[in-house]
Design a protein around this ligand. Sequence first.
Ligand SMILES: Nc1ncnc2c1ncn2[C@@H]1O[C@H](COP(=O)(O)OP(=O)(O)OP(=O)(O)O)[C@@H](O)[C@H]1O
Length: 249
Amino acid sequence: MTEPVLALSGVRKAFGALRVTDGVDLALAPGELHALIGPNGAGKTTLVHQISGMLRPDAGSIRFRGAEITGFTPEKRARAGLARTFQITSTIASLSVLENVALSVQARASHPLALFRNAAYDEALNRPAWAAIEAVGLTERAHVLAGRLSHGEKRALEIAMALTLEPAAILLDEPLAGVGREEGERLISLLASLKGRYAMLLVEHDMEAVFALADTVSVLVYGRVIASGDPAMVRADPAVREAYLGEEG
Ligand SMILES: Nc1ncnc2c1ncn2[C@@H]1O[C@H](COP(=O)(O)OP(=O)(O)OP(=O)(O)O)[C@@H](O)[C@H]1O
């Protein structure tokens, strides 16, 4: 079996007496889109915070590209190629799409770009910025101020900023929340186009999107993974239907 890019083992976190993640094992294969679903309060956000480094687990291990990262800061995880959209990346409303993405290329560059001459400097920032913008379908909107983008376009911009990390894995925390149907469909196509190239862990309430996109679905209920597997298998699992999908009608 291929070595997972991200592997969680026995991850636990409690707030007081409340065990919010109760021994979670999870493996994200290279290029896989793995959806994490579960009812409200199941512990999804808390788990994502532990993966991104915003919260320290009480116990368990998180390995990324074969190395233990449980004690790493979010910045160190990001530099290692573990990108997280929506919380870590923040767009600057008064800058254009291109400027926002170029800034994130600059922030993440490991070599001292500032020492380059101007033209080379711009070129070194702009080339990867344009590539990321094109990958998310915002080429035509590159000179529009981020503050003027629609919700869906803003999400696409945040994904472009994550791509500048050249990530091995991307954590996507509810990318469709607050986005209308038409734009949601565009975002789903965008995520589908990134599948295979990037491993993605997707936390999402939109079941239609989850079942359209995911290679693997894991279901978290009261901090435990009650089922994990291909979407059809998970959808048919009686425990999942009872705990989660039944809620959706
Ligand atoms: N910092 C905290 N202190 C105390 N309790 C917390 C804290 N963060 C989360 N919780 C509790 O942990 C439980 C899980 O919350 P979490 O936000 O991880 O769930 P979720 O699955 O992401 O929910 P949703 O789908 O509604 O976003 C909830 O009962 C929540 O109230």
